[in-house]
Structures are given as C-alpha cells and as structure tokens.
Design a protein around this ligand. Structure first.
Ligand code: NAD
Ligand code: ZN
Length: 351
C-alpha cells in the first residue's frame, strides 16, 4: 500500500483545565515515537470515563491540555522505527491502556493495566477525540480487516472491561448475574457478553425506555431503581435467593452498597464504575458468614482484549451506537451527566 498523505494539522477536542471549555479546534498531528503507531482514528466511542477525566473526578491527575477519548477505531498510517508486526493499512484500536512498562511484577504477570507506569489514552496520553492519534504498538488492539469501525469502537473499552469483569465474577453457565447500570455504555454490552457466556441476566437501571432497551438486549428481568421500593428484595426474589455475581457499572455509590446485600452467599460483587469519591461499605459480619467476595476489575489485558473483540467479530455482540460528529462532544457529555443515554455514542472524527 502506498504511503498515506498525512496532514500537518487536524481537528481535535481539547481542554486546558479540568471542567474548562471543550474546544473543537486545529492542532498539530502527533509524530509517533519509535514504539508507536500513528492511527487515523475514524470513530471513537464516548465513555463515562472521558466525562470523569474532563471533570477531574479522580485522585489521579490528567495531562493538560488534554485530548480525551480511549475507544478509537481506525487505520494505521504511520509506524515508529522500532515497530514490528504492523503494516500501513491495518485496522487498529486505541484502548484506555495505551502502554505499560512491560517489566514490572504486574506486567510480568500480564496485569498490564495494573502497571504503576501505565500510560492511559485520553488521560495521560492524548486520546481518540482527534483525527490522528498515537498508540504503543504492543498494546494497540488488532481489529480484523473489513470490520465496521464505528460498531467496533465501543468494544475497545466498554467491551473489554465488561468481558473481563464477567470473568472476574467467576460464574458458571446458568447462574444469575445482576448488572447495575445495565442500559449505559458498559451495561448494554455486559448484558450481551453475559448471555453469550451462558449466564442469566437481571438488569438494573432507571426508566421505561431503559427497561425496553435492556430486555431487547437479552435481560430476563429488569428492575427499575427509580421505582423499586426495595432493590435488594426485588433482586433476591427475581433470582431465587440473590445473584451469583454482580457487575457494578453504574456511577452510583448507593447501588454498589446495595449489591453487597443482594449478592448470593459465596457470590462475587465486581466493582467497575468509578463514581467520584465513592467508598464501598459492607456489614463485616454478613460478608464473612455469607463469604461474599468484593473485587475490583480494571479494563483487561491483551488476551482479554483479543477475546472480547473475537466475541464481537463472531456476531455475538451488537454495539447499540448513535453516531454524531466529534464537534458535538460537549452535548454528549450533557446527556451522559443527566443519565439520558441508551447504549453508546460514537463520534465521527471527520465532522
Ligand atoms: P453510562 O453513563 O453510559 O452508564 C451508566 C448507567 O448507570 C446509566 O444508564 C445510568 O442510568 C445508570 N445508573 C445510574 N444510577 C444508577 C443506579 N442507582 N442503579 C442502577 N443504574 C444506575 O456510563 P459508562 O460509560 O457505562 O461507564 C460506567 C462507569 O464505568 C463510569 O464510572 C466509568 O468511568 C466506569 N468505567 C470503568 C472501567 C474499569 O476498567 N473499571 C472501564 C470503563 C468505564
Ligand atoms: Zn472507557
């Protein structure tokens, strides 16, 4: 393939301060380091993490100024001098984990996302809310030729994360998993991965539209947190004694505390959502005598990523996306803040 024409400047959404203006403007196209790919990002999913990063919600500083975004799907247009195993024209994905040291104890054990030196797309490394972005060639996701890049984009964070969280719940086929925050970006994929893995799904979210949506994706039961008088009792009743596992993808501390109560004895509560300043509290006596596990789960490693993409390529996961131009990012953040999004918004970087 002939070398693609790479412009000197490009459109991006940039902020200078956390919570400050989100400016759609021209910035230079980055130059890949020796270990990096230059990717022409065609589409990027908009994850709630991008909203947390812009607001500065977490006790970890972002790079400033910052280009957010970490669900970027595109085409390789440049190769750093040390890159092997990639060629111009390959489809590649930009994940939250842009790169890690590959030498520390966690990296040696393939827990690359837990590396203390992890470089994070759209957080410590300019991400996918721009037309051209760089990614470490070791961590960049391989996307099969011919894939619909808009549909694939949400797999690169939401898909990988919920697939790994479901593995962390350590369930057997036929067991119940409760998904709290089921109609959002992560939740809508979690329902489908759970079904594909053989589990029965109780979806928890708010509103009639979200109920219809979650059921259309495969949830057997929907519990509305805005209407239920007792979520714990409702989940226990629906699952004949409590969910064997819970995937917490809501941005709600209260929902997480409730999940420790409705999980079945010897079951696993998986924490994924990251509400600002949240703490989990559980009655110790109950957690001990019911032998409940509470586990954090943070994106996934390269194998989790490849497996999550493989479920998608086999047609088992359909990303419920709405595509809008990159310049409309601020209005997506508004809707997200109000909890009004069904599934995932994907931005087209050319608009
Ligand atoms: P989203 O805004 O698309 O979805 C959140 C959903 O939670 C919404 O549908 C909302 O209605 C629902 N919700 C709100 N309060 C609820 C409650 N009390 N009970 C049940 N549902 C409730 O967000 P998203 O993009 O899916 O991200 C969710 C969270 O996961 C964010 O905090 C994000 O930062 C985090 N995240 C974590 C990881 C990780 O690796 N651990 C990876 C990606 C995202
Ligand atoms: Zn994300």
């Amino acid at each position: 393939m002939s070398a693609p024409q790479i412009p000197k400047t490009q459109k991006a959404v940039v902020f200078e301060t956390n919570g400050g203006p989100l400016e759609y403007k021209d910035i230079p196209v980055p130059t890949p380091k020796p270990n990096e790919l230059l990717i022409h990002v065609k589409y990027s999913g908009v994850c709630h993490t991008d909203l947390h990063a812009w607001k500065g919600d977490w006790p970890l500083a972002t790079k400033l100024p910052l280009v957010g975004g970490h669900e970027g799907a595109g085409v390789v247009v440049g190769l750093g001098s040390n890159v092997q195993g990639w060629k111009i024209g390959d489809y590649a994905g930009i994940k939250w984990l842009n790169g890690s040291c590959m030498n520390c104890e966690q990296c040696q054990h393939t827990n690359e996302s837990n590396c203390a030196e992890a470089d994070l797309s759209g957080y410590t490394h300019d991400g996918s809310f721009q037309e051209y972005a760089t990614a470490d060639a070791v961590q960049a996701a391989r996307i099969a030729p011919g894939t619909d890049l808009a549909e694939a984009a949400p797999i690169l964070c939401a898909g990988i994360t919920v697939y790994k969280a479901l593995k962390t719940a350590n369930l057997s086929a036929g067991e119940w998993v409760a998904i709290s925050g089921a109609a959002g970006g992560l939740g809508s994929l979690a329902i489908q991965y759970a079904k594909a893995m053989g589990y029965r799904v109780v979806a928890i979210d708010g509103g009639d539209e979200k109920a219809v949506f979650a059921k259309s994706l495969g949830a057997e039961v929907f519990i509305d947190f805005t209407k239920s008088k007792d979520i714990v009792a409702d989940v226990k009743a629906a699952t004949n004694g409590g969910a064997h596992g819970v995937i917490n993808v809501s941005v709600s501390e209260k929902a997480m505390d409730q999940s420790v109560e409705y999980v079945r004895s010897c079951g696993t509560v998986v924490l994924v959502g990251l509400p600002a300043g949240a703490k989990i509290s559980a009655p110790v006596f109950d957690a001990v005598v019911r032998s409940v596990s509470i586990r954090g789960s943070y994106v996934g490693n390269r194998a989790d990523s490849a497996e999550a993409l493989d479920f998608f390529s086999r047609g088992l996961i359909k990303c419920p996306i709405k595509i809008v131009g990159l310049s409309e990012l601020p209005s997506i953040y508004d809707l997200m803040q109000q909890g009004k999004i069904l599934g995932r918004y994907v931005v087209d970087t050319s608009k």
